[in-house]
Design a protein around this ligand. Structure first.
Ligand code: DX5
Ligand code: ZN
Length: 218
C-alpha cells in the first residue's frame, strides 16, 4: 500500500487549517510535520503548539519529523500534542535506543531518519524496534530541493533489510519527490512519499480542488 504524506512546510501558513483539510480531501493519507530548530538544521519552523492546533482537524496520522538537537526533551510535548509517528535523526540523539524507547513509551510510533550521508549501519541494533525508516533524498532544512539519486540505492538496501526482518515497517522518502520521479522511487522500495513543493506549489490558491490532480498523479 502506498501513502502520500504532504509536507506542510510548503503550505500557506496563513491558511494552514484549510490547506491541510484540502490535501486530505484530495486523497492524501498522512500529514508530514517538519520541525526545525535553527541548530540541527539552519531553519526554524513549527512546534507542538501548531501540532495541537491541527490535531482536531483530522483522524489522519500526523508524522512528526524532528530536525532538532537535542531531541529527547521535545518528544513528550509532541506526543501530548497528538503526534502519531515521531521520527528523529540519529546524529541528534546521544542514545538512539533510549530515544526510540521514549517515543514508544509516549504511545507513538518511532522512526529513524537517514540523511544522504548517514550510513544504514545505524539500523544494525534497532531495526526491530522501529515502525518507520525515513530516507532523506535531500539534505534536511528546506523544501524545494532537488532529489539526490543515490537515495534510490539506499531505498533498495533498506527495503532488503525490512523484508529480511519480516516486520511491518514503513519506508518513507523525503525530499524532491515529484510526479515525474515517484514511480522510480516506488520501484526502489519506498511505500510512503513525502511531498512538499510538488503538492503545495501546484495550482491556484483560489481553487479548492487544486490538489486533486497532483495527488491523483502521485
Ligand atoms: C526537508 C523536509 C522535507 C521538505 C520536503 O528537510 O524534511 O519534508 O518539506 O520538501 P520538498 O518535497 O519540496 O522537497
Ligand atoms: Zn521532512
Amino acid at each position: 500500500m502506498y501513502r502520500i504524506a504532504p509536507s506542510i512546510l510548503s503550505a500557506n501558513f496563513a491558511r494552514l487549517g484549510e490547506e491541510i483539510t484540502q490535501v486530505l480531501d484530495s486523497g492524501a493519507d498522512i500529514i508530514h510535520f517538519d520541525v526545525m530548530d535553527n541548530h540541527y538544521v539552519p531553519n526554524l519552523t513549527i512546534g507542538p503548539l501548531v501540532c495541537e492546533a491541527i490535531r482536531p482537524l483530522t483522524q489522519a496520522m500526523i508524522d512528526v519529523h524532528l530536525m532538532v538537537e537535542p531531541v529527547d526533551r521535545i518528544i513528550p510535548d509532541f506526543a501530548k500534542a497528538g503526534a502519531n509517528i515521531i521520527s528523529f535523526h540519529p546524529e541528534a540523539s546521544r542514545h538512539i535506543d533510549r530515544t526510540i524507547g521514549l517515543i514508544k513509551e509516549q504511545g507513538c510510533k518511532a522512526g529513524l531518519v537517514f540523511n544522504p550521508a548517514t550510513p544504514l549501519s545505524y539500523l544494525d541494533h534497532v531495526l526491530d524496534k522501529l515502525d518507520l525508516i525515513l530516507i532523506m533524498s535531500v539534505n534536511p532544512g528546506f523544501g524545494g530541493q532537488t532529489f539526490i539519486p543515490e537515495a534510490l540505492n539506499k531505498l533498495r538496501l533498506t527495503r532488503e533489510r525490512i523484508t529480511a526482518s519480516s516486520r511491518d515497517i514503513l519506508l518513507e522518502i523525503d525530499g524532491g519527490v515529484k510526479v515525474d520521479n515517484i514511480a522510480e522511487i516506488a520501484r526502489a522500495g519506498a511505500d510512503t512519499f513525502v511531498a512538499g513543493s510538488a503538492i503545495y506549489g501546484a495550482g491556484k490558491e483560489s481553487d479548492p480542488h487544486r490538489y486533486d490532480s497532483i495527488i491523483a498523479a502521485m
